[in-house]
Design a binder for this molecule. Structure first.
Ligand code: TXA
Ligand code: MG
Length: 322
């Protein structure tokens, strides 16, 4: 086994204080949010942020989300139009990221924003993340704590597998409750636009601000949008009615029948519950991938509610790799 150098910190006052100290000193610390584990660095420090891109192997044109403890801190970093105010009031703290024009009072460095004059802001609901962000006292830039293009981590073990040898610490808070990244909404034009489906279902957002525009096409505006993202090693076959020889199965609501006992197969939610399926998705993909199969057959999943984000991730994971 590879030697690991990342410290595993407990989610105690001491663990949080140590994580905050490392972040203020320019280190890389992975921490849990309710969505997925983030790979954090001081968002004001280009040197610290550069380490995120290096550790992930991430194309540097991908801007990062700045994490803040609350709306007050967020409004120092971004200018909030009326719809952003409404969405922050309705869903923060929580699994929603807002892209707004950057504020003059902002402290997030250009590298973290990839040179854009807009900024992605998120106030997570996870209590330990909140305590950490409060203690750091400045925004923390954090993409998901996986190598670029791989499956996002929802446990500290996942983080250690991908990045254990190139980060300073992981604040271990157990499994993430939502299990899918935040929903990203841009409040920049006439109407808010959905850049990435995620932990807050579209319908809930549309109840607050009305119909969302589609993400602008062309330029990569939310590179979670790169095809071939969130990818396991195995190929995925989506919408499978049954398993073919040699395939592993990722079921939903017990749609696969008569599976031989030696076939790797798991059900995202035997009850057909989309929230449970979202929470199990990335761990399930990792487990089936670890079985060494070359194809994972995925049962049909309804594309509404959290199913929209689940299907978005599965389609990207199934896309041809470059
Ligand atoms: O749940 C989440 O959102 C997790 C946790 C750690 O907070 N973070 C996450 O980060 O998924 P990441 O880097 O994997 O995805 C952030 C997405 C990227 O697709 C990025 O392109 C987009 O946010 N983004 C960041 N700043 C942006 C901006 N100014 N305009 C448009 N998209 C932006
Ligand atoms: Mg990611």
């Amino acid at each position: 086994m590879k030697e690991k150098r990342a410290m595993r910190l407990p989610p105690t006052a001491d663990g949080i204080a140590e994580a905050a100290r490392l972040l203020r000193d320019g280190g890389l610390v992975a921490f849990a949010t309710e969505t997925v584990y983030g790979l954090g660095a001081d968002a004001a420090s280009p040197t610290a942020v550069a380490k995120i891109y290096a550790a992930k192997g991430r194309p540097s044109f991908n801007p990062l989300i700045a994490h803040v403890p609350d709306g007050v801190a967020a409004r120092r970093e971004g200018r909030f139009p009326a719809e952003a105010e409404q969405l922050a009031a309705a869903f923060w703290p929580g699994p929603l990221t807002l892209v707004v024009p950057v504020a003059e009072t902002g402290s997030v460095c250009e590298l973290a924003r990839a040179g854009l004059d807009t900024i992605a802001l998120r106030a997570p609901a996870h209590l330990v993340a909140h305590a950490l962000l409060t203690e750091v006292g400045r925004p923390v830039a954090a993409p998901s704590a996986n190598r670029s293009g791989r499956v996002s981590p929802v446990t500290a073990d996942h983080v250690m597998e991908d990045l254990g040898d190139c980060i300073d610490a992981v604040l271990d808070c157990g499994p993430c409750s939502v299990g899918l990244e935040s929903t990203i909404v841009a409040c920049l034009g006439a109407r808010p636009a959905l850049l990435r489906p995620g932990g807050v279902p579209r319908a809930e957002i549309e109840r607050v601000v009305g119909p969302l525009e589609a993400a602008p096409s062309g330029a990569i505006s939310a590179p979670g949008m790169l095809s071939s993202h969130y990818a396991p090693r195995a190929r995925l076959r989506l919408g499978a009615a049954s398993l073919e020889r040699g395939e592993a199965g990722l079921d939903f609501g017990r749609q696969f029948h008569d599976i031989a006992s030696d076939v790797p197969c798991l059900d995202l939610s035997r009850a057909g519950d989309l929230a449970e399926a979202a929470a199990n998705l990335y761990s399930g993909l990792r487990r089936l991938d670890a079985s060494g199969v070359s194809v994972i057959a995925v049962a049909p999943i309804p594309p509404f509610g959290l199913g929209e984000a689940i299907m978005d991730r599965l389609r990207r994971a199934a896309a041809p790799r470059s």
